[in-house]
Design a protein around this ligand. Structure first.
Ligand code: 5AD
Ligand code: SF4
Ligand code: FES
Length: 361
């Protein structure tokens, strides 16, 4: 076996920056993926945890150059679900045995939205009890807002750093988007007691393997519990994506790089939760299964009503746009079974990393 892979599997954080770059540069990925998969099995078993994904609003005050629902894209029809609708989707997820939900939207900093989320959280707690997991993915907010949501019942927060390299971040965002604030938000979330997740896009224009190695080291430096990362996928109505040609070869390369990121993150971090994100499937029919086989252990079936899905298109080729939640449930169940794994029905599926931390306390 490749001695670097062996070394990484021995104990967490056992690679230098240069060694992470070497693993990301490997041409032959079979050994890398199977070692990462084996390590995943050692830490969490042959089991996949599910989070029902509720995309409750596509309104966003930000203008990220890569994203299809950026404020500047006037072709998008904007929506915001009602409180009852969000609660209904969460309840459905709970009844279906998903064990947890993720509430996601564009970035909205307003008292109206803060109070809306607070009310939804309290209602979810009423039927979900303590055992039902609730993750928020609602962007940068003040400490006070994060605290209110935590007290209302959220216990996990996902905030992708998008890139841990400030110079690259600056090229992907308008000048008023702050990398420093985003990093600070992650610190605040951790201090408040959230299980905290972050991640990046891989394959961004101008991004190097050195940048990606830095991202993986950032996950460790921030002591994250969950990693949600995926391939960058061009969107024609965005400044970054409008000139990129989405060829089969481009898709293939983006997929392989994203899978390598999962595998190397698993080999470096060992015990965190890593998602096989939907974007993988925008590149390949079996992209998410491949993500699981490269070391991921979480999937996020979309549970948003079908009529809204068209309008939550962050990138081209997003799967599940015409499917409904029941269909996605069956589809994912089949996909998980097809690779010989089982589903962690009805369980929150906390990462071993955060369980180890609470045991230390
Ligand atoms: N390709 C891939 N991922 C994207 N996101 C936004 N736009 C794109 C894109 N074009 C991701 C960002 C964001 C998450 C909600 O979606 O990482 O944090
Ligand atoms: Fe808004 Fe998030 Fe898209 Fe940026 S990536 S424009 S913050 S939804
Ligand atoms: Fe939605 Fe397959 S998961 S159709």
């Amino acid at each position: 076996m490749n001695p670097l892979i062996e070394k990484a599997a021995l104990k967490p954080y056992n690679l230098t920056h240069g060694e992470i770059v070497s693993l990301l540069a490997l041409e032959d990925t079979a050994e890398l993926f199977s070692a990462a998969y084996e390590l995943k099995c050692r830490h969490v078993g042959k089991i996949v945890s599910l989070r029902g994904l509720i995309e409750f609003s596509n309104q966003c005050s930000k203008n990220c150059y890569y994203c299809g629902i950026r404020r500047g894209n006037t072709l998008v029809e904007r929506y915001h679900l009602s409180e009852d609708d969000v609660v209904r989707m969460a309840r459905w997820s709970c009844e279906q045995g998903y064990g947890s939900v993720v509430l996601q939207s564009g970035e909205l900093e307003s008292e109206a939205n803060t109070a809306f989320v607070e009310r939804v959280l309290k209602r979810i707690r009423e039927f979900g009890g303590d055992e039902f997991g609730v993750t928020l993915s609602l962007g940068e907010q003040t400490e006070e807002v994060y605290r209110r949501w935590f007290e209302a019942g959220a216990h996990r927060y996902l905030l992708r750093i998008e890139s841990s390299v400030p110079e690259l971040y600056a090229r992907l965002h308008p000048a008023d988007h702050s990398h420093a604030r985003r990093t600070e938000c992650l610190r605040v979330l951790k201090n408040l007691g959230y299980q905290t997740g972050s991640g990046v896009m891989s394959g961004l224009p101008g991004q190097t393997l050195d940048d990606l190695a830095h991202d993986i080291e950032f996950y460790h430096a921030m002591d994250l519990d969950m990693i949600g990362m995926g391939p960058y996928i061009p969107h024609a109505e965005t400044p970054l994506g409008k000139d990129i040609e989405f060829t089969p070869e481009y898709a293939r390369n983006q997929l392989v790089l994203a899978l390598k990121m999962i595998a190397v993150a698993r080999l470096y971090l060992h015990d965190v939760n890593i998602a096989a994100t939907t974007a993988l499937q925008a590149l390949d029919e079996r992209g998410r299964e491949q993500g699981l086989l490269a070391g991921a252990n979480v999937m996020m079936p979309n549970v948003t009503d079908t009529e809204y899905r068209q309008n939550y298109r962050l990138y081209e080729n997003k799967p599940c746009l015409d499917e409904n939640s029941a269909k996605c449930r069956n589809c994912l169940k089949w996909r998980v079974l097809s690779i010989g794994e089982t589903i962690n029905w009805g369980r929150r599926g906390d990462s071993p990393h955060c369980r180890a931390k609470s045991a230390e306390r």
